[in-house]
Ligand binder design. Structure first.
Ligand SMILES: [Zn+2]
Length: 146
């Protein structure tokens, strides 16, 4: 028995192949999978996968690489986390790898978003799924602060 703790089955490239992917999972003894949310517009698709399939679960959150996307509020995350198939908050975190020549200060939106998710994870008592790339010092610092 295996559990895939991090997959993105809602991504467009899997849409037409979902039955095949689910069959391959079963053949490889992957009995459960956690479908990870990366933004709010696509979150309903992630939640629906969990609702439609007993062995799929979902998270709610916004990835740090999604910049021009609606920001989730603490209240939104907390409300969605009440769903019985939403088992975690994220994925979220920090990613300074792709900041290019932008300033540290200009990445404050990522740190704000990360704090919102941490607070929702604490309040909902659900695990937090963290994406961290070239940002481990700040990731640990913010986790400790929160
Ligand atoms: Zn991911």
């Amino acid at each position: 028995m295996f559990i895939d703790s991090h997959c993105h089955l809602d991504f467009p490239e899997f849409q037409a192949r979902l039955p095949e992917v689910l069959a391959n999972m079963a053949a490889c003894k992957v009995t459960h999978a956690l479908c990870i949310s990366v933004d709010i517009p696509d979150f309903p698709k992630v939640r629906k996968l969990a609702e439609d399939h007993a062995h799929l679960y979902a998270s709610v959150g916004v990835h740090p690489d999604y910049e021009d996307t609606p920001e989730p509020s603490f209240e939104f995350l907390l409300e969605e986390a009440k769903h019985p198939k939403i088992v975690a908050i994220g994925e979220t975190g920090l990613d300074y790898y792709r900041m290019g020549d932008r300033s540290y200060e200009s990445m404050e939106w990522q740190r704000d978003r990360f704090r919102t998710h941490i607070r929702a994870a604490v309040a909902s008592k659900k695990p937090l799924i963290i994406h961290t790339r070239s940002s481990s010092v700040d990731t640990l610092k913010i986790l400790k602060e929160e």
